[in-house]
Write a protein that binds this ligand. Structure first.
Ligand SMILES: *Cc1c(COP(=O)(O)O)cnc(C)c1O
Length: 454
């Protein structure tokens, strides 16, 4: 089966784009009334948004937009204790902070005023759409406690835009991504100080913005009610990935995503069905599945991380390669994007900032390539001694060096020049760490958004 080339709708602007045009397209499709308010700049301030112009009279009812400035706060009267570092509770991934943010949407009136309220269970009718038809999507971000004592988010505006793109794919309501970001910032500002204290520098809380269709009607149809919520969950500090992770290539009877599907969106429906393969991989001593697609075994992603390889071409040029987004079967990771951008400006000899064949990091400069490639290309590069390194990249696993890939009964050993990682992975990792945790002279990088604690 050859992969089908899909032309994005509306003349070339793909909904996977996190660009202004991409968002406008998404809003236009599902909530034209919100388009005007979604002034899609990347800035967010603590000051309330300016008074909106009153809408002209139309025959269509005007639905309320998601508006973070209307937030109603109810603070917890039974605050809980923060799990100790290294405790089983901390590692359980079940403990959330004292508060959560919620906002309800209905087709009749749009978005209700959001609430900040004590963390707790959500009541849903057993007929709720999300329990039956996978009308659910989410984001995964981290709140970092910096080595300089500050709390930071990493490029959160990209997550908020991607969330809108995901909701659009599964008929959930649109919203202004800037308003979602303000709600996330509010929750982090409220609970950050207590739940990620200053003596936990280098640690993080996991942020999970979620939207579900809470519509109690059992019919298979566009939901008329939805619930947006944001929670902050305690996670153990990142595991030691030195030694590298081992990947098990997916079998040819299973794939994660397909053209025309929804692999590019962070919708829950992508993850449940991957757990059988993932469980099998763990049982056999592998960390993640390397998801291949089609008869030619195109490389897509590793678990819920994007996959990168560094190799030398037969012609001798050094390349950093990752799957392109054209087939819409790969998720447009914020980490992926950031790595490509950093590599293009700091590891590419053609970039204005690096003048010679070696870069400021003393690494040989390389070409940065987004393209379709397959497992046979990697096998061949390994056999011919051209494979330099590989790594997986995403918020959850950060930049994880890969030591081995198992494919159809054979192991492909992946070199790790620095012993516990490849040289490029470890350099890229330290650049990103500097921005996320405010160290190494990266305290005021534009990608790190500092949160003022309450
Ligand atoms: C979340 C996710 C990623 C990584 O995206 P980031 O924005 O870098 O965290 C990659 N692939 C899949 C399938 C994902 O769900």
């Amino acid at each position: 089966m050859a992969p089908i080339a899909l032309t994005p709708p509306n003349g070339g602007e793909s909904v996977t784009d996190l660009t202004h045009a991409g968002i406008e397209q998404a809003l236009l499709k599902s909530a034209p009334s919100q388009l005007k308010s979604a002034s899609l700049t990347n800035s967010i301030t603590a000051t309330p948004p300016p008074e909106r112009e009153t809408q002209p009279e139309t025959t269509e009812p005007t639905l309320a937009e998601l508006d973070a400035s209307k937030i109603q706060c109810t603070y917890s009267e039974s605050p809980r204790s923060v799990p100790a570092v290294g405790s089983a509770e901390m590692a359980s991934q079940k403990v959330c902070t004292d508060h959560m943010v919620q906002a309800r949407w209905t087709v009749e009136s749009g978005w209700d005023a959001p609430t900040l309220q004590p963390y707790g269970p959500i009541a849903l009718a057993p007929t709720a759409s999300c329990l039956h038809y996978a009308t659910e999507c989410f984001e995964g971000m981290k709140l970092y406690r910096g080595h300089d004592g500050k709390l930071r988010l990493f490029r959160p505006e990209l997550n908020c835009k991607r969330m809108l793109m995901s909701t659009n794919r599964i008929a959930l309501p649109a919203f202004d991504p800037k308003e979602l970001l303000k709600l996330i910032v509010k929750l982090c500002a409220t609970d950050g100080k207590k739940w990620l204290p200053k003596d936990r520098a280098g640690q993080f809380l996991y942020i999970r913005p979620t939207m579900i269709a809470s519509d109690p009607a059992l019919g298979v149809e566009r939901p008329k009610e939805a619930l947006l919520f944001v929670i902050l969950c305690c996670f153990a500090p990142m595991g030691d990935m030195s030694g590298g992770i081992k990947l098990l290539a997916s079998q040819d009877d299973m794939c994660r995503a397909w053209p025309g599907g929804f692999g590019y969106a962070k919708v829950g429906a992508n993850y449940g069905p991957s757990l059988v393969a993932q469980g099998e991989a763990r049982k056999r001593g592998y960390h993640q599945i390397l998801w291949l697609f089609g008869e030619d075994c195109t490389i897509t992603e590793a678990g819920a991380s994007n996959f990168f390889v560094v190799w030398r071409t037969k012609e001798g040029s050094l390349q950093l390669v990752t799957a392109d987004l054209n087939g819409r079967i790969v998720l447009d990771g914020v980490t992926r994007r950031s790595i490509l951008e950093l590599a293009r400006s700091r590891l590419n000899s053609e970039a204005p900032s690096s003048s010679s064949a070696t870069t400021e990091s003393d690494l040989e400069s390389l070409e940065i390539v987004e393209r379709k490639f397959n497992i046979f290309d990697i096998e061949e590069a390994a056999r011919e001694g051209r494979l330099v390194e590989a790594f997986a990249a995403g918020t959850a696993w950060f930049v994880a060096p890969i030591s081995q890939i198992h494919f159809r009964g054979k192991d492909i050993d992946v070199p790790m020049a620095k012993g516990n990682a490849g040289a490029y992975a470890s350099t890229i990792r330290s650049w990103l760490q500097g921005i996320m945790w405010g160290s190494d002279g990266m305290e005021s990088h534009e990608w790190g958004r500092v949160i003022d604690e309450e």
